[in-house]
Design a protein around this ligand. Structure first.
Ligand code: PLP
Length: 223
């Protein structure tokens, strides 16, 4: 029988020991539980262990879950999937964070569609750090321009960068991401998030300075 509670405890322990090895404090690393394709029941179980941040990739599935879990008001929802322009309104209206922002048009639309009565939508730019043609994300030389656009958008808050590196050179990519993040942080005082590391590579990511690991399989099982 899969036990979400035990899985979360094990992941938190892994985060703690990775932080100790890297001489970092575990409070510097947020656990994002990636619940895509998994039922509401498992999200509730995770929530009742104290897990508050959840990541989703598929907009319709996510909107259904968010509306069914509206009563759990302290859940923080992160959109981490590819963004189609015609879905930005649903994202702007339902999520607290978007980590997969990768083009100017999407930034414009999210800013226009986020209600000014709402807290600003938290934004991470997704960087295609391993330059894979099959992955979304911006090139390194686009970071400055898009970061500036987000920073100038009143209904958005620039929080940082997200990446999904290629497996075989992940450690090097994580270090490159940390350099980019450090530079961005010096320029914008709202930047505090470097989102990298998944079930298979969270130790390397934390060692390189990740502040948020996105964990699906190790919490909810295989998809
Ligand atoms: C699915 C997904 C994850 C979680 O991956 P696991 O290997 O299951 O931990 C993390 N980040 C993104 C962007 C994802 O799409």
């Amino acid at each position: 029988m899969m036990c979400i509670k035990d899985n979360i405890a094990a992941v938190n322990l892994q985060i703690k020991s990775a932080c100790e090895q890297a001489n970092r404090s575990p409070e510097q690393v947020t656990l994002l539980a990636v619940s895509k394709t998994k039922p509401i029941e498992l999200i509730k179980q995770a929530y009742h262990t104290g897990q508050l941040s959840f990541g989703e990739n598929y907009i319709q599935e996510a909107v259904d879950k968010i509306s069914q879990l509206k009563h759990l008001q302290d859940i923080v929802w992160h959109y981490i999937g590819p963004i189609q322009s015609n879905k930005t309104k649903l994202i702007a209206e339902n999520f607290d964070w978007v980590q997969s922002v990768d083009r100017a048009k999407v930034i414009t639309r999210l800013n226009d569609q986020r209600s000014c009565n709402h807290t600003p939508l938290n934004i991470c730019l997704q960087v295609n750090i391993s330059q894979e043609s099959t992955k979304s994300g911006i090139a390194i030389n686009e970071v400055n321009t898009l970061a500036e656009q987000v920073a100038l958008s009143p209904n958005l808050t620039l929080r940082g960068l997200m990446a999904i590196p290629e497996k075989n050179n992940a450690a090097q990519s994580f270090n490159q991401m940390h350099k980019l993040f450090t530079t961005l942080k010096q320029r914008y005082n709202t930047v505090d998030t470097l989102s990298m590391g998944m079930s298979g590579d969270l130790n390397d990511a934390i060692n390189a300075g990740s502040t948020m690991v996105r964990i699906g399989t190790a919490i909810f099982g295989e998809r």
